[in-house]
Write a protein that binds this ligand. Structure first.
Ligand code: SF4
Length: 523
C-alpha cells in the first residue's frame, strides 16, 4: 500500500525509537495527513546482525562519517532500503520523503535520498534536524541534487505544511521555515515562529515497531523517551548541542505529566523508566517541582527517571533533590568537566568547583545516583589545572556513583563557540577530535595520557568509571589512536595501531578495510 509521506531515520541513531519520527508522525496525524515512520537505523542493525554491533556503538560514530563505509553498509542492503523507503511512495503522484538528520546520519540520509530520487522522481525530499544549525551543511545537501529543501528549527509545523502543499498541488518550496536553492543560491522561504511545546500532540510511538528495540544489553529497552524542552540556559564554550535552538523553551510540569500518563495508557507494561531527551532537564526549576508534585500525588505513575541531564546550580539543594527522588528520579548526570575554577571560567561553564562539590554531595545524600562527566585538555588547561581535577576527584569520589570521563577528551564541536575561536585559542584547523595546539603542548596523545591518569586514579580510589556504551575500551583506545595518526598523515603508526585493533577484534571488517586502504596507498 502506498503512502504520500514517509518520515525516515537513517543510521546512526541509538537503539531507541527516534523521538523526532514519533513527534512528526503525531503532528501529521493530528493534521489529518497520512504518514508512515521508517526507522532504517534499527532495521539495518537487525539485518546486519549482532556481529556488527560495534558499527552501531555511539562512541564509534565517526565510522558513519566515512562515505566508503556508508556505501558499503547500505549498499549491501539495497533491497531492504528500496522496499521500505521507496516502494511505499506512489510512482505517479507527488509524495514526501522527510529525513530526520543528525551529523552522523547525514551521509546515510544522502545515500537513501539518492535512491528515492532515482526511483521516485516526483518525491519531494525534505531534510531537517539538529545537523542543520551549521549553514555549510544546508548548502552541501541542497547542492547534492537529491534534497529539495532543508527545514530549519522546529520541524513539526513545517512538515505538515509541506505535506499539505503537496497534497493540494501547491509548490512546497513556498512554505516558511525552509532553505531551498533558487537561481543557484540558497534562499530562505521565510522564518517560522518556534512551536509552543505545551501545544504539541503526544508522541506517536505506535507508529514505530517498539519490539524492534528489544536488543540484548540495550540500556533503554524499557525507557519512555520524551523531549520536554529545547535549548539550554547556559552557553558553554565547548558545546554544540544547544546551537539548533535559540534560548530555552520548556513544557510545563503538567504537560509532561499528561504525556507520561498518555504513554503509559497507550503502551501498558512497556515502560518502566523515563528518559528525558532534553539536553538540560533542570533549566527551569518550577516545572521540575510541578512535575514532581504531580507524580508524587499519582500512585499510578511509577517510572524510574534515568540519566537526567542537569546543570549544577544553587537551586539543586537537598530539599529539591529529595523531592525529585520521591517522584522517581534515580540517576542524575552532571557536566562537571573540571575541578579547576580557572578552566571552568575558560569554558564559561557557569559553575564553580565548590558548587559542583556541594551539589554532588547533596545528590548522593538525597539517595540519587550521581554521574559526573569530565573533560581533559581543554584549551588553556595546564598541568596544575589538571592536578586540581585529580584532587577534585579524590574529594568527591565518595558521593559520585559513576565517573564518565569523556572518551574524546575535548571535541571541537563544529557548532560550538569554541570551534569558531580555534585561531584565537591557538588550535590548529585539523580534525575535531584529534586537534593539537600550534605550540604542540596539547595534542591528542597528551589528552589521552591525562585521561589515562584520571582513569588510574579512579581505580586506586575504587571509584566507578563508566565502561563506555557498547564496545571495549581497549579497542576504542587503539582505534582512536589509529585514526589520530591517520589524520596526522603518519601511516606507519596508524597501521601499527590498526593491527593492535585486529588482535582484539579479528573480525573487525572496518578496521581491515582501513588497513587495506593504508597498505594500498603505501604501495
Ligand atoms: S554543555 Fe550542557 S549546560 Fe553547557 S550549554 Fe551545553 S547543554 Fe547547556
Amino acid at each position: 500500500m502506498t503512502t504520500p509521506a514517509l518520515l525516515i531515520q537513517c543510521p546512526l541513531w541509538g537503539f531507541v525509537p527516534p523521538i523526532s519520527l514519533a513527534q512528526l508522525t503525531a503532528s501529521m496525524t493530528r493534521a489529518g495527513l497520512p504518514a508512515r515512520a521508517v526507522d532504517l537505523n534499527i532495521g539495518l542493525f537487525h539485518r546486519r546482525g549482532a556481529g556488527h554491533r560495534h558499527t552501531w556503538a555511539w562512541e564509534n560514530n565517526t565510522i558513519w562519517l566515512d562515505d566508503a563505509v556508508v556505501a558499503d553498509v547500505l549498499g549491501a542492503h539495497d533491497d531492504y532500503i528500496v522496499s521500505s523507503c521507496v516502494d511505499p511512495l506512489p510512482e505517479d503522484a507527488p509524495s514526501l520523503a522527510g529525513f530526520s538528520v543528525n551529523e552522523c546520519s547525514m551521509r546515510s540520509s544522502l545515500h537513501v535520498a539518492r535512491r528515492v530520487k532515482a526511483l521516485r522522481p516526483k518525491a519531494f525530499v525534505l531534510f531537517g534536524g539538529q545537523a542543520f544549525a551549521e549553514p555549510e551543511r544546508i548548502e552541501r545537501c541542497l547542492r547534492s541534487g537529491v534534497v529539495d529543501a532543508v527545514a530549519l528549527g522546529d520541524g513539526e509545523e513545517t512538515v505538515v505544511d509541506v505535506a499539505r502543499s503537496l497534497s493540494q498541488g501547491r509548490a512546497p518550496e513556498s512554505c516558511p521555515g525552509l532553505r531551498v536553492l533558487r537561481g543557484g543560491a540558497v534562499v530562505s522561504t521565510g522564518e517560522r515562529e518556534p512551536v509552543d511545546l505545551d501545544a504539541l500532540p503526544f508522541l506517536d510511538y505506535a507508529a514505530l515497531d517498539l519490539a524492534a528495540y528489544d536488543v540484548p544489553d540495550n540500556l533503554y529497552q524499557r525507557s519512555l523517551m520524551i523531549m520536554a524542552s529545547r535549548g539550554c540556559i547556559r552557553r558553554c564554550e565547548f558545546c554544540g548541542n544547544r546551537a539548533p535552538w535559540e534560548g530555552y523553551r520548556f513544557m510545563s510540569g503538567r504537560r509532561i505529566y499528561d504525556e507520561i500518563r498518555h504513554q503509559l495508557a497507550a503502551h501498558p507494561g512497556r515502560f518502566s523508566e523515563l528518559k528525558f531527551y532534553d539536553i538540560v532537564v533542570n533549566g527551569d526549576m518550577r516545572r521540575i517541582r510541578e512535575l514532581c508534585e504531580l507524580i508524587i500525588a499519582d500512585p499510578s505513575v511509577k517510572l524510574s527517571w534515568e540519566e537526567v541531564n542537569c546543570v549544577v546550580r544553587p537551586e539543586m539543594d537537598l530539599k529539591t533533590l529529595r523531592l525529585m527522588r520521591a517522584a522517581g528520579c534515580r540517576r542524575i548526570t552532571y557536566g562537571i568537566e573540571s575541578g579547576s575554577d580557572r578552566v571552568l571560567r575558560l569554558m564559561r561553564k557557569g559553575q564553580t568547583a565548590a558548587m559542583a562539590e556541594r551539589v554532588l554531595r547533596d545528590t548522593h545524600q538525597a539517595g540519587l545516583v550521581a554521574t559526573a562527566n569530565f573533560m581533559f585538555g581543554y584549551p588553556g588547561e595546564t598541568e596544575a589545572d589538571f592536578e586540581e581535577t585529580l584532587e577534585f576527584a579524590r574529594r568527591v569520589h565518595p558521593f559520585v556513583d559513576m565517573f564518565y570521563p569523556s572518551r574524546t577528551f575535548v571535541t571541537m564541536e563544529p557548532l560550538s563557540p569554541m570551534a569558531r575561536r580555534r585561531e584565537e585559542l591557538g588550535v590548529d584547523d585539523g580534525h575535531d577530535v584529534y586537534w593539537s595546539t600550534r605550540d604542540g603542548t596539547n595534542t591528542y596523545p597528551v589528552r589521552l595520557a591525562r585521561y589515562e591518569r584520571f582513569s588510574r586514579l579512579l581505580k586506586e580510589l575504587g571509584a566507578n568509571e563508566s565502561p563506555g556504551v557498547n564496545s571495549s575500551l581497549e579497542l576504542w583506545r587503539w582505534s582512536s589512536l589509529a585514526q589520530y595518526h591517520e589524520q596526522r598523515g603518519d601511516a606507519r603508526q596508524a597501521r601499527l595501531c590498526y593491527e593492535e585493533c585486529l588482535k582484539l577484534d579479528p573480525d573487525g571488517a572496518l578496521v581491515r578495510a582501513r588497513l587495506a586502504r593504508l597498505k594500498e596507498a603505501a604501495s
